[in-house]
Design a protein around this ligand. Structure first.
Ligand code: ZN
Length: 138
């Protein structure tokens, strides 16, 4: 899914959709609008997210809350609207820190072949714990 980066023109257009909602007389639209623009901007990850937030506000305004949100209410709304995420490429397990997802780790071990010989360090390959079969797995 292509995401549209935030831009001021589109944010203003989204906030303008809220203008149709009733609001208290003490809050002139010109003042409130700038606060809502700032709030929407700082709480949106991209334009799709910003649009979803404003749509949710308008949809809910058909019910009990018929008023234009304050910046605080808009921020609370934004927190409840998840931004659409890009599909993740990972297959579900997080990248392993031990093996870097290769499935193998190298283990160094000092081995003395015979009591008369000096210790030598050998390197072994081992299956990483992240690839070892778990309980119940075939
Ligand atoms: Zn691993």
């Amino acid at each position: 899914m292509k995401e549209t980066p935030l831009n001021e023109r589109d944010i203003r257009a989204q906030v303008h959709r809220l203008k149709s909602l009733p609001r208290s007389e003490e809050q002139p639209w010109d003042v409130l609008r700038e606060e809502l623009i700032r709030t929407l901007w700082s709480h949106s990850e991209n334009m799709e997210h910003a649009t979803a937030i404003v749509t949710a506000v308008i949809d809910s305004a058909r019910g009990e809350t018929k008023f234009c949100p304050t910046p605080g209410e808009l921020a609370a709304f934004a927190g409840g609207i998840a931004a659409a995420k890009q599909p993740e490429f990972s297959t579900g397990h997080t990248r392993c820190e031990r093996c870097g997802d290769t499935g193998f780790v190298s283990i160094k071990r000092k081995v003395r072949a015979s009591p008369a010989m000096p210790e030598r360090e050998y390197e072994y390959s081992a299956v990483c714990s992240c690839r070892k079969p778990t309980e119940g797995a075939a």
